[in-house]
Write a protein that binds this ligand. Structure first.
Ligand code: NAP
Length: 278
């Protein structure tokens, strides 16, 4: 790294063209007048390690990672945060002065911050949570809930075996609910989170019976394209508070920007507008 070159960061994936991260970080760079750049970087899976190792030498201070590299990067990182280890994946790399690679995962805190922003009265400790799904987003959400004191985390997933593997991973601290009876898991739940891909543009909607959910339950959808999913519409129609997935996407980006560009950025309405799916 050199003091004579502008700071660089980016997002690495394959494919990469549809990432919203360049718009997100580009907005902050312009807003704070930082003479740096954040770019999409496509690296073929077979070239991943070599490509990542080259980035610090080119002036990159770090990168975000997306599909398909979030898990594989743990095999090459020089140090890994506790939360990335717990989740089993990293979305944020910081390159140290000596070229070593620090891997972190900010999806979980992005989730927590987005819920706190939308519902400041909420605390993970306040009651049971129901997580729908058992993929990468679910791991981040579940680890954030467990490490911040949720008294009970229920998980329902279409493929039960994956939910069982997750329960083992988290040391038996999850309560499994059958996917076919996921609505039962809403009974007494203070927060209900869709982490499945259902509801994304081009996919079927998520249909979960919310009639047993308490009136004060929060309903979160981590899907952000579209912002207003059928699941959220159903929740709002029942009078429940609905929270879309854009806030999580924006908040997960804060630690990376701060570590690469030296300024803690704000998540506000202008950023939301800049990053909204086209
Ligand atoms: P993933 O690891 O592939 O997991 C997909 C999950 O969706 C699995 O639990 C899978 O169940 C479930 N699923 C897929 N098709 C289904 C169907 N037809 N019926 C029932 N369940 C189905 O994906 P991911 O990385 O966790 O991402 C999931 C979603 O979260 C995506 O929409 C992604 O864009 C979003 N996301 C948002 C943020 C954010 O910042 N807002 C961050 C990360 C991810 P099975 O195990 O049965 O296959």
């Amino acid at each position: 790294m050199t003091e004579n070159a502008p700071p660089l960061a980016g997002v690495v994936g394959w494919p990469i063209a549809h990432s919203r991260s360049p718009a997100l970080h580009g907005h902050w760079l312009a807003r704070y007048g930082i003479a740096g750049y954040y770019i999409p970087i496509g690296i073929r899976p077979q070239d991943f390690e070599e490509g990542i190792r080259a980035l610090p030498k080119l002036g990159f201070r770090g990168v975000n990672l997306t599909i398909p590299f979030k898990e594989t990067v743990l095999g090459m990182a020089d140090s890994i945060s506790d939360r990335a280890s717990l989740i089993g994946a990293a979305n944020t790399l910081t390159f140290r002065e000596d070229g070593s690679i620090y891997a972190d995962n900010t999806d979980g805190i992005g989730f927590l911050e987005s819920v706190r922003e939308a519902a400041p009265h909420w605390s993970p400790k306040s009651g049971p949570a129901l997580v729908l799904g058992a993929g990468g987003a679910a791991r981040a959400v579940i680890s954030a809930l467990l490490t911040s004191g949720a008294p009970e985390v229920r998980v329902a997933n279409r493929t039960r075996q994956k939910a069982e593997m997750l329960a083992e991973h988290f040391g038996g601290r999850l309560t499994l609910v059958d996917w076919a009876r996921a609505g039962d898991g809403t009974d007494g739940a203070h927060i209900i989170i869709n982490t499945t891909a259902l509801g994304m543009t081009g996919r079927s909607p998520l249909n979960i019976d919310l009639s047993a959910a308490p009136a004060e339950a929060l309903v979160v959808d981590v899907v952000y394209n579209p912002l207003e999913t059928e699941f959220l519409k159903n929740a709002r129609a029942r009078g429940l508070i609905g929270i879309d997935g854009l806030g999580m996407l924006l908040h997960q980006a804060v630690p990376g920007f701060e570590s690469w560009f030296g300024r803690r950025p704000e998540v506000d309405a202008a950023l939301r507008q800049a990053v909204l799916p086209e």
